[in-house]
Design a protein around this ligand. Structure first.
Ligand SMILES: *Cc1c(COP(=O)(O)O)cnc(C)c1O
Length: 368
């Protein structure tokens, strides 16, 4: 059997080890050091954000955004239902109430439902996800949030480098977050970044991320913080990964094109759209099937030792959120029941992707 093909495994560029060794040689194994600053600067320069804070995970970044905003018990926070749990668990950490909004045919949050939910629920904030590296209709969403005084937090964990009208996802809200978990478009093995144009917000988030120490020589605490900062060693990996980010995006987009071209004659298949005005990073190539059973595809690939998965199970369908309010039309549920995430490793060659496409073709065409 061939080596397992994963959905989106880490893909080092080559200089990461050199930077990790520099960190070792300087003995900055201890949490903070020059690479943390360099990684933050690199993300700031790349996205255009005024400040960036390197953290232990994307989930931690969302949690800190909510803490900085003072979200607490009794507050409502709106969130995309079609997302990963890390996007919304921090609402519960803060004892606030999540309210979920469905997707439209962009697969991302439906601006009409967002406005409807904001009018009725009066949430303090909206956490919008840019799914699978594709920008949501973020300009409209940002305008709606502004009109009603709702703070926008962009979960761009999967969409580093994706843009809407040439502005990076993560830059439309008061806060944006990125993840460097092992399967993301670039990785530090684990990590996250909080960005904002408000330097005071980031300063406060930084304080909270390092156990909320007061600026005293001794350990003085007047509030409770977290141990959420990224280590210098992992930041060294991040600095190396930033050097190849644009290459990775270009390859992810090519992978999408290879699948699309190879399967273009199959009407059954619909691809996640790249909405007008946007540029996606195509972190994962994702498709939905009009009639066939997506598990047939997943099984057929699995037999060849190739990983694929259903799309994210919407949050409003999760048992832990069975009592949460939901504004929806059924779009994300239908996608969950019909969709597949296809293997999208940037290190694979064209031929390997075409071979995977052939397996998909056979399983789709034989399952009717
Ligand atoms: C990966 C991911 C997160 C969380 O990131 P971690 O770094 O794993 O904590 C949040 N939201 C979405 C949509 C993600 O895909």
């Amino acid at each position: 059997m061939q080596n397992r093909i994963f959905l989106s495994p880490p893909h080092m560029g080559g200089d990461e080890l050199k930077y990790v060794k520099e960190a070792f040689d300087s003995n900055y194994i201890a949490p903070l050091g020059e690479f943390v600053n360099r990684f933050e600067n690199s993300i700031s320069n790349y996205t255009g954000a005024k400040s960036a804070l390197a953290l232990s995970s994307g989930t931690a970044a969302i949690h800190l955004a909510l803490r900085v905003l003072g979200i607490k018990q009794g507050d409502k926070v709106l969130a995309s239902t079609f997302t990963f749990i890390g996007s919304v668990a921090p609402i519960i950490y803060q004892n606030a109430e999540p309210v979920f909004v469905d997707s439209d045919n962009s697969w991302n949050a439906d601006p009409n439902l967002v406005e409807d939910a904001i009018k009725k629920e009066k949430p303090k904030a909206f956490i919008v996800t840019h799914l699978y590296g594709q920008s949501a209709d973020i300009k409209s969403i940002a305008q709606i949030c502004q009109r009603y005084g709702v703070v926008l937090i962009e979960d761009a964990a999967e969409s580093l480098g994706a843009k809407f009208e040439n502005k990076h996802t993560g830059r439309y809200g008061r806060f944006g977050i990125y993840s460097f978990n092992g399967n993301k478009i670039i990785t530090t093995s684990g990590g996250g970044m909080l960005i904002s144009d408000d330097e005071r917000d980031i300063e406060y988030a930084k304080k909270l991320s390092t156990q909320a120490r007061e600026p005293k020589l001794w350990y003085e605490h007047t509030e409770i913080g977290y141990n959420y900062r990224m280590s210098n060693i992992l930041a060294a990996i991040g600095v190396g990964q930033m050097e190849v980010l644009d290459k990775r995006i270009a390859r992810k987009r090519e992978i999408f094109e290879i699948y699309k071209n190879a399967l273009s004659d199959i009407d059954e298949i619909e691809w996640m759209p790249e909405i007008d005005g946007s540029f996606g990073n195509r972190w994962l190539t994702t498709m939905s099937l009009k009639e066939s059973n997506p598990f047939k595809v997943i099984e057929a690939l699995s037999k060849e030792n190739i990983e694929s998965r259903p799309l994210w199970k919407p949050m409003h369908l999760q048992k832990i959120f069975k009592d949460a309010k939901f504004y929806g039309t059924g779009v994300s549920e239908a996608l969950f029941n019909s969709g597949v995430c296809l293997p999208s490793p940037t290190a694979l060659g064209d031929k390997e992707i075409e071979d995977i496409a052939s397996i998909i073709r056979r399983s789709v065409c034989n399952s009717n």
